[in-house]
Design a protein around this ligand. Structure first.
Ligand SMILES: [Zn+2]
Length: 353
């Protein structure tokens, strides 16, 4: 009995080492740490895209020293940290790894943006409260916002361009934390240099002339006041997740399609998917607006939608946001129309979809 066990062990060692000697796969492919029992045949497919499909900007709301300490120790992080001054940027997490910067987040129907984005933190305190400098809890009108330094703006533009070019990120997928976590986050705030970034080909921006052109078209083609439903659905179209949380994206897309796109229900309609419906068309906008003026829907959440308006103003109309005045629905709609027409990305690339 003892003898046969001994023999078996010797045989096993012999077989194992034999296998190893006659098989060079382990040495030739550094990707594999175990001895493979199969061959790999290269057969490239065209069905792929980059895992990185969006870029998210933040400010840390901490001093430089504290920012580095907090972002390095775990829990929260970012791929990059831009300091207050100079020309050196901290690399905290390799871009092929997931960094914990976005938290609960959603943009263009995609959730958990940590999976698919590069996160850039910028050292900055954000804002202080006019009547209570020790607290960060105060209404919008009492917030005094800090500006970014000239060095930071240069670094933001250079790093942003670098990341955008490496992953070919769609302009409407370059966003702030406030865009993807509406009501929960306010960074990178109304002084973030979105306009300067767009001038270098990074991210989306429309000029006053482009907005004015859409405003004139809206005034000539849309009857009645601009309904809340119109603004809510256009913010949703742009990327904001202002859905009533009880409804799925599919439910809302179906509702919008059935009620607003007249040809959708025709038997010979070529339109099979919500993604192909040209909702920037003025005649469809008019139907949508009439519907919103005549019917009450619960498709979108009112509080989330108001938070989305604030996030939208901070990003695309920062002077309007800082004025603390109520901004006319027509101006908001004209700006969204100008953006959706200038960056018609929905069907092709909605941040990776
Ligand atoms: Zn943030």
């Amino acid at each position: 009995m003892k003898k046969s066990v001994f023999l078996f062990s010797v045989m096993s060692i012999f077989v194992a080492s034999c296998g190893k000697n006659s098989n060079n796969k382990q040495e030739s492919t550094s990707d594999f740490l175990v001895d493979r029992k199969y061959e790999i045949i290269d057969a490239p497919s065209k069905g792929l895209n980059d895992r990185i499909s969006s870029l998210v900007f933040h400010y840390t709301a901490l001093s430089q020293e504290k920012s580095l300490e907090v972002l390095k120790k775990g829990g929260v992080s970012a791929h990059w940290l831009i300091p207050e001054s100079g020309n050196s940027i901290y690399k905290l997490v390799a871009e092929d790894k997931r960094s914990y910067h976005a938290g609960i987040s959603s943009w263009k129907r995609r959730t958990d943006l940590n999976d698919t984005s590069v996160g850039v933190e910028i050292v900055g305190l954000g804002y202080k409260c006019k009547n209570n400098p020790q607290s960060d809890q105060c209404p919008k009108v009492e917030k005094i916002w800090f500006q970014f330094t000239d060095d930071q703006i240069k670094m933001i533009v250079n790093l942003g361009k670098d990341i955008q070019q490496r992953y070919k990120i769609d302009p409407l997928c370059i966003v702030g934390h406030s865009d993807i976590a509406i009501g929960r986050k306010l960074d990178p705030g109304p002084y973030f240099p979105w306009k300067k970034l767009a001038e270098k080909g990074v991210g989306a921006w429309v000029t006053e002339q482009e907005i004015e052109k859409q405003l004139n078209l809206i005034q000539a083609n849309i009857s009645g006041n601009i309904s809340d439903l119109t603004i809510q659905s256009r913010l949703y179209e742009l990327g904001y997740d202002n859905r009533n949380p009880n409804f799925t994206n599919k439910y809302i897309e179906n509702k919008l399609t059935i009620h607003i796109y007249p040809e959708f229900n025709l038997p010979n309609s070529k339109i099979k998917s919500w993604k192909n419906i040209p909702f920037t068309r003025l005649d469809l906008l008019d139907i949508l607006n009439n519907y919103g003026n005549n019917y009450t829907t619960a498709w979108f959440d009112t509080t989330l939608s108001n938070n989305a308006i604030d996030a939208f103003l901070m990003h695309f109309l920062p002077e309007d946001y800082l004025s603390n005045k109520k901004i006319d629905n027509k101006r908001i709609l004209a700006t969204i129309q100008a953006l959706l027409i200038k960056y018609p990305n929905r069907a092709k690339s909605s941040c990776g979809y």
